[in-house]
Design a protein around this ligand. Structure first.
Ligand SMILES: Nc1ncnc2c1ncn2[C@@H]1O[C@H](COP(=O)(O)OP(=O)(O)O)[C@@H](O)[C@H]1O
Ligand SMILES: [Mg+2]
Length: 203
């Protein structure tokens, strides 16, 4: 595949958007074509799915229904946005991807991680990132000051602690494809560490 696929993972408020913006600015300045995108919701169909997922009006959502909705968003996102950009040789920077689904729907909701990975891989056609950056922050720091929590953010501290631990587990299983950084380190230091790893991937 001609493009480069970089994913940022981590809890809400970990700094994913901040660092994706900085990464994209640097790549653009270096003359690269960049697509910055996110899951769930960055397609017309996905935006509708995102509302269903995050709105409290969805009520008591079955963990399996939730997993299927995330999978549907991913299938559409890869089909409409990610795969075409990679095929065109662009750098794709994505805010959340398959690991979020495994961390939230398997570890968080207590479903089988192998089954969730199977569902996610089916949805994406097995498209894997070249690099996943995990921005790690303590749960209470991330959601601490935030009010007006959405349906996922309201899942509770234990849920979010399981999610956080699972991101670290996934990264530990395949260090060559991951970069784990403390999300509350200095923004410039985080940016530099991400740049160094991405630079090595550029053709
Ligand atoms: N390294 C950092 N140290 C302290 N605060 C940060 C850092 N990076 C981002 N923030 C702040 O934390 C908040 C959440 O950042 P954001 O990039 O929106 O996270 P996410 O996209 O992961 O939810 C923002 O107010 C942002 O300015
Ligand atoms: Mg964000």
């Amino acid at each position: 595949m001609p493009g480069v696929f970089v994913v940022l993972e981590g809890g809400d408020g970990a700094g994913k958007s901040t660092q994706l913006g900085r990464l994209a600015a640097w790549l653009t300045q270096a003359g690269r074509e960049v697509v910055v995108t996110y899951e769930p919701g960055d397609t017309p169909l996905g935006a509708t799915v995102r509302r269903l997922l995050l709105d409290h009006s969805s009520g008591d959502v079955s963990p399996r229904a939730e997993a299927m909705l995330y999978a549907a968003d991913k299938a559409q996102h890869v089909y409409e946005v990610v795969r075409p950009a990679l095929d065109a040789g662009k750098v794709v920077g994505c805010d959340r991807y398959v690991d979020s689904m495994i961390a939230y729907q398997a570890a968080g909701r207590s479903l089988d991680p192998d089954e969730i990975r199977g569902l996610a891989d089916w949805a994406t056609g097995g498209l894997a990132p070249d690099l996943t950056v995990v921005l790690d922050v303590p749960v209470e720091r991330a959601l601490g000051e935030k009010t007006d929590l959405d349906r996922m953010e309201s899942a509770g501290a234990e849920f979010h602690a399981r999610v956080r631990a699972h991101f670290l587990d996934l990264a530990a299983q395949d260090p060559s494809r991951y970069l784990v950084l403390p999300g509350r380190d200095d923004r410039d230091a985080i940016e530099a560490a991400i740049r160094a790893r991405v630079e090595a991937l550029l053709p």
